[in-house]
Design a protein around this ligand. Structure first.
Ligand SMILES: O=C(O)CCC(=O)C(=O)O
Ligand SMILES: [Fe+2]
Length: 306
C-alpha cells in the first residue's frame, strides 16, 4: 500500500489545523483517513447527496472546512465569522465505487471488503437495465463530515438494512425501534442533526415510554441499522466512514411493499427477474403471496405467471 502521507504538497488555503485534522494513519498507512483521501483525490469532484448535482472538488471542500468548521463555540466572532452550526458533509456514492480506480493504484474491493455477516444482498441479483451495467439504485457511500455535521433523523430507503464502518473520527448515534411514534421523535420534520440533538434529545430521553439505543462509534467499529429503525447521527470529530445499504431476506415482504408503494416498479420487476434467474423460487413465492395479500396492484402479475 503506497504511503500517501509522504511529501509536502501545496494545498493553498486549506488550513488543516483549523479543521482539526491530524496526519493520522489510522487503518494503516494509506488508510481512508481524510488526510490520505484528500492527498489522493484533491482535484476530483465530490457529492453531498445523490439527489442533486451539486459538486465541488475535494480541494474546495477542504477550503470550505477551513472556513466554517471551527470547533470552539466560545471563539470570538471575529476569529470565526463563518462558523457554520451545521456544516456540509460529503455523501458520495461514486467515491465508494469509481474513485479508487481513478489514481490507478487500486480498486475499491482491494481496499475494503463487506463484513461477511452482511454478505448476502438480494438487490445484487437484480437484472441490469437494458444495454447497461447498472442494475440497482446507489447503495454504497463514503461519508465525510466535520464536527457538528451529520444526518437528521430518517429511515433508510426501501426498507433496506445498513452497516456503517467508521475509519476515522467519532459518531454519536440514536436509534429508535420501528414502532416508535414518528411525530414524537420528529421523523416528519426536516431538521438537521445538530438541531435535533439540541431541541429534542433531552426531552425524549426523559420520557419513559420512548425506547432508544445510543451508540458512540469509534474507528474500526461497525454499526448495524436494521430495516425500518429511525436513526440520527452527529459527527463529534472529523469523521470518515463507509456505508452500504442492502436488501436482507429477513425483510423481503417489507422491501417488496416499499418498492411498489414508492414508485420503484421498474426496478422491482428487474429484481424479481433476477431472483427467478437465480432459482430463488421460495423468495418469489413469498413475494407473490404478500403482493396478493396486500393488494399491491396489477403491474407484476404477468411476471409471477411465467
Ligand atoms: O453517518 C451519517 O451521517 C449517516 C449514516 C446513515 O444513517 C446513513 O447513511 O443512512
Ligand atoms: Fe441511515
Amino acid at each position: 500500500m503506497p504511503d500517501y502521507t509522504e511529501g509536502e504538497e501545496d494545498f493553498g488555503d486549506v488550513d488543516f489545523h483549523k479543521i482539526h485534522l491530524h496526519k493520522t494513519t489510522a487503518g494503516g498507512s494509506g488508510g481512508w483517513t481524510f488526510f490520505n483521501l484528500f492527498h489522493r483525490f484533491n482535484d476530483i469532484d465530490i457529492r453531498f447527496n445523490d439527489l442533486h448535482n451539486g459538486v465541488m472538488t475535494f480541494l474546495q471542500y477542504g477550503k470550505y472546512l477551513s472556513l466554517v468548521s471551527y470547533e470552539d463555540e466560545d471563539e470570538p466572532e471575529n476569529d470565526a465569522p463563518l462558523r457554520d452550526p451545521s456544516p456540509l458533509a460529503v455523501y458520495d456514492s461514486f467515491m465508494a465505487t469509481d474513485w479508487i480506480d481513478l489514481d490507478g493504484t487500486s480498486n475499491t474491493h482491494s481496499e475494503y471488503s463487506v463484513p461477511s455477516v452482511f454478505g448476502l444482498d438480494l438487490f445484487d441479483l437484480a437484472e441490469p437495465l437494458p444495454d447497461s451495467d447498472i442494475h440497482r439504485p446507489p447503495y454504497r457511500w463514503v461519508l465525510i463530515g466535520p464536527p457538528r455535521s451529520g444526518t437528521g433523523i430518517h429511515i433508510d430507503p426501501l426498507l433496506t438494512s445498513a452497516w456503517v464502518t467508521l475509519l476515522q473520527g467519532c459518531k454519536r448515534w440514536v436509534l429508535f425501534p420501528p414502532e416508535t411514534d414518528a411525530n414524537l421523535i420528529g421523523l416528519k420534520e426536516d431538521e438537521q442533526s445538530i438541531f435535533w440533538f439540541k431541541n429534542r434529545y433531552e426531552s425524549l430521553k426523559a420520557r419513559s415510554n420512548i425506547k432508544m439505543i445510543e451508540v458512540l462509534q469509534m474507528p474500526g467499529e461497525t454499526v448495524y441499522i436494521p430495516a425500518g429503525w429511525p436513526h440520527v447521527v452527529i459527527n463529534l470529530e472529523l469523521s470518515v466512514a463507509v456505508t452500504h445499504n442492502y436488501a436482507s431476506e429477513v425483510f423481503l415482504e417489507e422491501i417488496w411493499g416499499s418498492l411498489c408503494r414508492e414508485g420503484e416498479g421498474e426496478f422491482a420487476l428487474r429484481w424479481l427477474e433476477g431472483l427467478k434467474a437465480n432459482g430463488l423460487d421460495d423468495l418469489v413465492d413469498r413475494i407473490r403471496k404478500c403482493h396478493e395479500e396486500d393488494g399491491l396492484g396489477e403491474f407484476v402479475s404477468a411476471s409471477f405467471s411465467s
